[in-house]
Design a protein around this ligand. Structure first.
Ligand code: FES
Length: 175
């Protein structure tokens, strides 16, 4: 997701490779975070929630609040003199390792703790021209409901351009 399309004030729900994730800005860690888009309490989508005044991701259903590390920090309904239920492992959200490179939020599509530090070893593909001010570029982000292989097949097939794109983009004249 290009950072320029993300609003730091709100969580964003995305589906990537079949994974429902929520992307949100953690002002405490100064970083974009990518979580499973599912509250551990009653499975409400966290992307429907809000960022609270302390910069935590707050679930819209019962107000549980999560830090950027996925830890539950607050359960409004828990009695203050009761057990610290928010510290239970089951109250945590699954976090995907994520980073920003070339102005894009990238994430490793596995929340297994064994991959927690994967981005120190494996980086997303780097495109130097994107960060080179002597080049111009434009981000275009669009959800298209078909798979990567269909897209590549389409791009490899320039013969369709004058016909399928007639009048909607600069194409060769149809014959
Ligand atoms: S479903 Fe999220 S707090 Fe209840």
């Amino acid at each position: 997701m290009p950072v320029c399309d993300l609003d730091k004030r709100a969580p964003h729900g995305k589906k990537v490779m079949g994974l429902d994730v929520v992307v949100w800005w953690d002002k405490n860690e100064n970083a974009w975070k990518v979580f499973d888009d599912m509250c551990p309490h009653r499975l409400a989508p966290l992307s429907e929630g809000r960022i609270d005044q302390w910069g935590r991701l707050q679930c819209v259903y019962h107000g549980w609040c999560f830090s950027g590390s996925g830890d539950c920090k607050f359960i409004p309904q828990a009695p203050p003199d009761g057990p610290l239920v928010h510290t239970f492992k089951k109250a945590c959200v699954a976090v995907y390792p994520s980073t920003v490179q070339n102005g894009i939020v990238w994430f490793w599509p596995n929340t297994d703790p064994q991959y927690k530090d994967i981005l120190t070893k494996k980086k997303p593909p780097y495109i130097p021209e994107v960060d080179d001010p002597s080049f111009t570029f434009q981000f275009l982000n669009r959800d298209i409901p078909y798979g990567y292989e269909i897209l590549i097949e389409n791009i490899m097939d320039p013969a369709h351009l004058p016909y399928a794109h007639y009048g909607i983009m600069s194409t060769p004249q149809p014959r």
